[in-house]
Design a protein around this ligand. Structure first.
Ligand code: UDP
Length: 444
């Protein structure tokens, strides 16, 4: 019998490529071969950020196709990016598949596409390839995006069923993209995309029944297989868009047990100057060790964005890095808490390591994840903003103290860590769902 060969195709965002790498690593653990399809633009970033140690072996093959945009186009505009993808990528994907099959013989066994790349399922169907969708965010968000048939005009809180978290319509994906006309365009792209997903054989989601049982009961077609974390399988950090600064792990080795505040806001968050400085001063005020990620594009400030003398004053107890190996950081014994923007991956990673959170959401589903963390799982606290929307240094210190002084956060976080470890282990529901998926694939 030949080895199953799976084509995986994530959406062009860091928070999608990393969990797709986790799925890929999991697939190769089960003896499957993976061809990982990025856009040319993302592929270059991933290759440029690879470290020597990021050896993927011959089971994960990184390839790329054009995304439909020109070299200088704005790839942060999701509406434009998704439409360009839709116009150009299906034909390119088809060519790629034909090319692989011509050169390598056996047919592609299965295609696993991102929930935002519905068109790829249509290509697979046309080519008679079995297909699955992997959704790298919460089941709640996915369920809602699949459920809306008309764009909600008013901003209001809603709850689809009892036991599900509440969410504001202002935080749905399309509501964060400019004026109403732009929002309607993105909404219609989402609806079109969701229609394409109807031909999927499997809908799997990087979530866990421990977290989202109400939603998963309500939407039984969505099967949780998570939390899938790359670091569970391979040492390699391949998939990052920025080179990681692994020196911070050595720095963490020198810090006392559960003493360090880890601060990171994912791959998109950008700060106004005033908020950036206030956070720096808040960290200074806490007088505790901290590790803070500041991506090169975190502020719009060209010169030094930090308060005057900040770096000198915090040297010795504060470490600033451009990009951290976050999963390894969160697994480090010195970490006390995670100041996070509550992206779904960060949420899964913090929870899997039993780390309490301070929630600092920025947009879209990050507010929903904040609700999960602080109101439903009660493993974190939210910050209060002042009348101009700023989180002040005194509020920052107050919440850090409150979180670290209250042992109940530690207890609940450890409890969740234990449950999440069980659910992906032999006998757990996520483990069973993933095994069933692999069995299906191997029987094709
Ligand atoms: N991440 C990382 N190093 C950093 C910051 C983030 O490896 O310094 C990773 C993090 O572990 C997560 C991903 O980037 O897997 C961010 O995804 P998330 O869903 O949390 O947020 P997004 O970037 O999509 O807003």
């Amino acid at each position: 019998m030949s080895i199953p060969h799976v084509l995986v195709i994530p959406c062009s965002a860091q928070g999608h490529v990393i969990p797709f790498m986790a799925v890929s690593k999991c697939l190769i653990e089960h003896g499957v071969r993976v061809t990982f399809v990025n856009t040319d633009f993302i592929h270059r970033r991933v290759i440029d950020a690879l470290a020597d140690k990021d050896f993927l072996g011959d089971r994960i093959h990184l390839v790329s196709i054009p995304d439909g945009l020109g070299p200088g186009d704005d790839r942060n505009n999701f509406g434009i990016l998704l439409e360009a993808n839709f116009q150009v990528m299906p034909a390119k994907l088809e060519d790629l598949i034909r090319d692989i099959e011509e050169k390598e013989g056996p047919k592609i066994t299965c295609l696993v596409a991102d929930g935002n790349m519905g068109w790829a399922l249509q290509v697979a169907r046309k080519m008679n390839i079995p297909r699955a969708v992997f959704w790298p965010a919460s089941a709640a968000l996915w369920h809602w995006e699949l459920a809306f048939q008309r764009i909600p005009i008013q901003h209001q809180m809603f709850q689809l069923a009892l036991g599900m978290p509440t969410m504001n319509t202002a935080h749905l994906a399309w509501a964060c993209v400019g004026d109403l006309a732009a929002q309607k365009t993105v909404f219609s792209l989402v609806v079109r995309n969701n229609k394409f997903l109807e031909v999927a054989d499997w809908l799997i989601c990087n979530s866990s029944p421990n977290f989202e049982s109400a939603v998963l009961n309500f939407a039984p077609r969505i099967l949780p297989v998570g939390p899938l974390l790359s670091s569970h399988w391979l040492e390699s950090s391949a998939g990052y868009f920025w080179p990681e600064d692994s020196n911070c792990l050595k720095w963490l080795d020198q810090q006392p047990h559960k003493s360090v505040i880890y601060v990171a806001f994912g791959s998109f968050t950008v700060f106004y100057q005033i908020q950036f400085r206030e956070l720096a001063l808040g960290l200074e005020l806490c007088n505790k060790p901290f590790l803070r990620v500041v991506r090169p594009d975190t502020t719009e400030e060209k010169d030094d964005a930090y308060p005057k003398g900040f770096k000198e004053r915090i040297s010795g107890r504060g470490k600033l890095v451009g990009w951290a190996p976050q999963q390894k950081v969160l697994a480090h014994a010195s970490i006390a808490c995670f100041v996070s923007h509550c992206g779904w991956n960060s949420t899964m990673e913090g929870a899997s390591n039993g780390i309490p959170f301070l929630c600092w959401p920025y947009f879209t589903d990050q507010f929903l994840n904040e609700t999960y963390i602080s109101d439903m799982w009660r493993v974190g606290l939210r910050f209060k903003r002042d009348e101009s929307g700023i989180i002040r240094r005194s509020e920052f210190k107050c919440k850090v103290d409150q979180l670290l002084d209250d042992v109940s956060f530690k207890i609940r976080s450890s409890d969740i860590k234990e449950k999440l470890a069980k659910v992906v282990d032999e006998g757990g529901e996520s483990h069973k769902n993933f095994s069933d998926f692999i069995q299906w694939m191997k029987a094709l």
